[in-house]
Design a protein. Structure first.
Length: 202
């Protein structure tokens, strides 16, 4: 039986819980980078659902920890925008790892001498292989065009990246870190009830 959007929505609680268990390993390159470099401004390259995920995570970076996000749509960035010399970290987001416009934008940044990390569900994808460091979304690939599980997983990974950076750069204490992790675990645990209540409306 072919999976549907509902299939992937139903898998979200287990998938997101797995991300919370594994994130230190899957996002280890960011932890290493944040330990070695100051991170005040981040350039995110994303389109489609990845762009929406970046917008969802933006205020956690900016309002909680004072890390500014510059979110760019890859095609326009490649053809019209200058590269911000003050960007401390660049991350290309593509759940499939096959977005041609994101790959082109990555190469533009790399040609300027900056490294680019890839946040993707497929580390062996073109974007994963072309990056300077892979950040595994840890959710696998969805075969349905309108991604749901992957979107939620991307948002969660971005929130965890913000937390890693804040912790390594002393913008968050250990107590604050544990508080935010507990809140994320609480939200993930609430998803099954949210799904049931939503379905009851129809």
């Amino acid at each position: 039986m072919r999976p549907t959007m509902m299939t992937y929505i139903s898998e979200e609680p287990a998938c997101l819980a797995q991300i919370l268990r594994d994130y230190r390993q899957k996002l280890a390159p960011i932890e290493t980078f944040a330990r070695q470099h100051p991170v005040r401004r981040i350039l995110l390259l994303a389109t489609g659902s990845s762009l929406n995920a970046a917008l969802c995570a933006r205020y956690f970076f900016e309002q909680r920890f004072g890390v500014l996000l510059d979110i760019k749509e890859p095609y326009n960035f490649t053809h019209y925008d200058a590269i911000d010399p003050h960007a401390d970290l660049v991350v290309a987001i593509s759940q499939s790892g096959k977005s041609a416009s994101t790959l082109e934008a990555m190469r533009k940044v790399q040609a300027s001498g900056k490294s680019v990390f890839a946040l993707t569900s497929d580390p062996q994808s073109p974007i994963g292989c072309a990056s300077d460091g892979v950040l595994d979304i840890n959710t696998g690939i969805e075969s349905v065009g309108f991604v749901t599980r992957g979107f939620s997983a991307t948002v969660l990974n971005l929130l965890l990246i913000a937390l890693i950076i804040a912790r390594k750069q002393e913008k968050a204490s250990e107590v604050e870190e544990q508080h935010y992790l507990a809140e994320l675990q609480r939200l993930v645990a609430a998803i099954p009830e949210v799904i049931v209540r939503h379905l009851a409306l129809y």
